[in-house]
Design a protein around this ligand. Structure first.
Ligand code: URA
Length: 211
């Protein structure tokens, strides 16, 4: 596992908000709100190395050369359903981004992720593709989702999660060593049901009030 490819965004605001999200007493609406706020901060980190070029702008006082982001609009790709919780905050920060969705479920017998939905924007090969899924647990669905996006042509990909388990990080980096992982925190381990410990429970259930 190449640790330079794993970025843990170390910021007191993120730590504080994540601690509230972990609390079992935090209600659904608050959980969603915090996830949206953290994802905006994660998006800020993800966009750190976007390329800019100098363009001319006339201020009220003079003509000046200023930097603007170049290239095709970036693309956020949500792994359904929990990925949608990260998507909203990212779109708050980059409203013009294109959006894709990948739906995967785990076959109960083979435990292999099976695709049930795929909708992606055009020209993925020319965009920075940011794949989002809050919990990198076993890493299996993240690995499958990113592979699907590579198959569709994406060349420059980052993966963003809220919490990562060491097991998921190892699996993901092994399969996709070219994809940078941006996470708010790395937790201790997985339990026997592939939940992250200490974690925050089932992210989808906590976002949507389901069980
Ligand atoms: N998915 C979740 O929502 N939570 C976990 O802890 C692991 C996977």
């Amino acid at each position: 596992m190449k640790s330079e490819n794993i970025i843990t965004v170390n910021h007191p605001l993120i730590k504080h908000k994540l601690s509230i999200m972990r609390d079992v007493e935090t209600p659904t609406a608050k959980f969603r709100e915090l996830l949206r706020e953290i994802s905006l901060l994660l998006a800020y980190e993800v966009c750190r190395d976007l390329e800019t070029e100098e363009v001319s702008v006339q201020t009220p006082l003079e003509l000046v050369k200023v930097p603007k982001i170049v290239g095709k609009k970036l693309c956020f790709i949500s792994i359904l359903r929990a990925g949608n919780g990260l998507l909203d905050g990212m779109l708050d920060l980059v409203p013009s981004a294109r959006v894709g969705h990948v739906g995967l479920y785990r076959d109960p017998k083979s435990l292999v992720p099976v695709e049930y939905y795929l909708k992606l924007p055009d020209n993925l090969e020319e965009r920075l593709c940011v794949v989002v899924d809050p919990m990198l647990a076993t890493g299996n669905s993240a690995v499958a989702g990113v592979q699907r996006i590579k198959d569709a042509g994406a060349k420059r990909i980052k993966f963003v999660c809220l919490l990562a388990a060491p097991e998921g990080l190892a699996t993901f980096s092994d399969q996709h060593p070219d994809v940078q992982i941006v996470t708010a925190a790395i937790d201790r381990e997985l339990n026997d049901h592939a939940y992250i410990l200490p974690g925050l429970g089932d992210a989808g259930d906590r976002m949507y009030g389901t069980k």
